[in-house]
Design a protein around this ligand. Structure first.
Ligand SMILES: [Zn+2]
Length: 345
């Protein structure tokens, strides 16, 4: 079996990674200092560790609440995006699609209760993050693309506005994120329809949690024409969704360690990764919120292999699927295959 260091040194791809889920404590401290903001007295590591122990809702409100409170200006959004590319390089990632929801960075996000001095519009927010990623690419030599999320509690009109702001910017796809149990995907069908005849691709967090996971996966695949699904935990149990995914080459962005940390699976066996690969599903293994959970993509891959849910050959196959389902142009995929030739044996 590969050692953790050997995995770290492999050229890796991460297709499902949230910008606000991957801000290092050093970056948070630096931003807080610049803004003269007080941070939790127990220290950031202890604060996030405690939030993780309290479950997903506490993690969203406490963990993401704190991180996004420091991402309410163009300068800070730029810095976080730039530093994200450093994080990618440090973990041996050669290509990543970074996602974030502009609605939490407008200075007046109701979800987190932020109130910043200056309100930012969606387009300004997207440009600041996009520029940070571009400059990070230059500095660290890692390739990135940007996915814009709609936080699903937003009202449908806001979803449409977010898609319009993403159009024409340096954005490859849209996504639907956050509370799947309370807000089914059809709430934002109109926003998704806006992309049908545009270059923007579509992914949806579907089948992550709640009682309607099968329904949500099917809605995303059929009505919303998703090119990829985020999580799709129970995919192996639903032949209709599975057949659709295989027939149309849908990318499945699995995030196994995130699912385990959130308590949505009890073991990796629940995901049936081998069965899905054998059925011809285009499956990738991703990190979701690495810094927030305190792990790296290398840790995720090592952990899944350690528990016997993926062989070394499977790991190479998931990297191959990641390239195939990445939101890259055909000629870019050729270049990416060359960069990743080590993991495409
Ligand atoms: Zn996610």
């Amino acid at each position: 079996m590969l050692t953790k260091e050997e995995i770290r040194q492999l050229p890796k791809i991460d297709l499902h990674r949230h910008l606000d889920g991957d801000v290092r404590t050093e970056t948070l401290s630096q931003l807080a200092q610049q803004e003269k903001r007080a941070l939790p007295p127990e220290g950031l590591d202890a604060y996030f560790c405690d939030a993780r122990k309290q479950g997903l809702v506490a993690l969203l409100q406490k963990g993401f609440g704190l991180v996004t409170s420091l991402m309410q200006s163009e300068e800070n959004l730029y810095t976080v995006a730039f530093e994200e590319v450093r994080n990618l390089k440090d973990d041996g990632i050669v290509y990543a699609e970074i996602r974030f929801a502009p609605q939490y960075h407008t200075g007046d996000s109701q979800y987190y209760g932020h109130s910043a001095r200056n309100a930012l519009d969606y387009r300004t927010i997207i440009r600041a993050v996009s520029q940070g990623l571009r400059d990070g690419e230059e500095e660290f030599g890692v390739w990135t693309n940007l996915i814009v999320c709609i936080g699903r509690e937003a009202d449908p009109q806001k979803g449409v506005e977010i898609v319009h702001a993403a159009s024409g910017e340096n954005v490859v796809a849209i996504d639907l994120a956050c509370d799947e149990a309370s807000y089914p995907p059809e709430r934002h069908l109109i926003a998704y329809q806006e992309t049908f005849n545009t270059p923007l691709k579509r992914t949806v967090h579907a089948g992550e949690f709640g009682s309607q996971q099968y329904h949500n996966m099917m809605t995303a695949l059929t009505l919303m024409r998703a090119n990829r699904l985020g999580h799709a935990i129970p995919l192996a149990y639903h032949p209709d969704a599975l057949d659709w995914a295989v027939q149309y080459g849908i990318g499945i962005e699995m995030c196994p360690l995130s699912n385990r940390y959130c308590g949505f699976i009890s073991s990796y066996e629940d995901l049936h990764l081998n069965d899905l690969l054998a059925a011809g599903v285009r499956l990738s293994i991703n990190s979701d919120d690495p810094a927030m959970f305190g792990y790296t993509l290398t840790d995720v891959l090592y952990d899944v292999m350690q528990e016997g849910s993926l062989t070394e050959q499977d790991l190479y196959q998931t990297q191959h699927h990641a390239i195939e389902t990445a939101f890259l142009q055909p000629e870019e995929k050729v270049a990416m295959r060359r960069i990743c030739s080590k993991v495409l044996r």
